[in-house]
Structures are given as C-alpha cells and as structure tokens.
Design a protein around this ligand. Structure first.
Ligand SMILES: [Zn+2]
Ligand SMILES: [Zn+2]
Ligand SMILES: [Zn+2]
Length: 89
C-alpha cells in the first residue's frame, strides 16, 4: 500500500468491491446519492459525503468499521475514518 496508509489500510489485502451499484440505505428511504463507497469491513455499499444522507460516514461511525473504498470506476483509493488516512492502491 502507498505512503499515508495507516494500520487499518495496511491490514487490507484484498479490496472489497460493490456487490450492487446502489446505496442500500438510500434505496430504503427513496433518496438519491452522488457517489458510492464500500465498507471494507462488511462490504456494505453506502453513499459519499457529497450525497445528502452521507450513509458511508454514518455507517463508519455507527458500526466502527474504519475503512472505505471508492466504488467509482477509475478510482482506486481507500480512506480510514479514525486516522483520516488516505491511500491509493
Ligand atoms: Zn486507520
Ligand atoms: Zn445513502
Ligand atoms: Zn461496515
């Protein structure tokens, strides 16, 4: 992993990808999202901080799952919430 990676990011050997291209929480409430992120702990797909409901961040705080990956095509990066660490892979 690249420089800037924290322990949580270094622990990831295989990056999880989105099972479905939707935010499951937004679908439940009929909301829209901008970009998608994937929780690297449980594989949940949630929306980014540019989305009105910021479900990826809400999920990270509620579940204490630290690392997300971008689900956007052409983006290969990981972000760790507790360490505010960002790394490309
Ligand atoms: Zn970390
Ligand atoms: Zn959402
Ligand atoms: Zn999770």
């Amino acid at each position: 992993m690249a420089d800037g990676a924290c322990e949580h990011i270094r622990d990831i050997t295989t990056v999880k990808h989105a099972k479905s291209r939707q935010c499951d929480e937004c679908v439940k409430v009929g909301a829209r999202w901008v970009h998608l992120r994937i929780c690297q702990e449980c594989g949940a797909t949630r929306c980014c901080d540019d989305s009105p409901n910021r479900h990826a961040t809400a999920h990270a705080h509620a579940s204490k799952h630290p690392v997300i990956a971008s689900a956007e095509r052409g983006e290969r990066w990981l972000y760790c919430y507790p360490d505010e660490a960002f790394a490309e892979y």
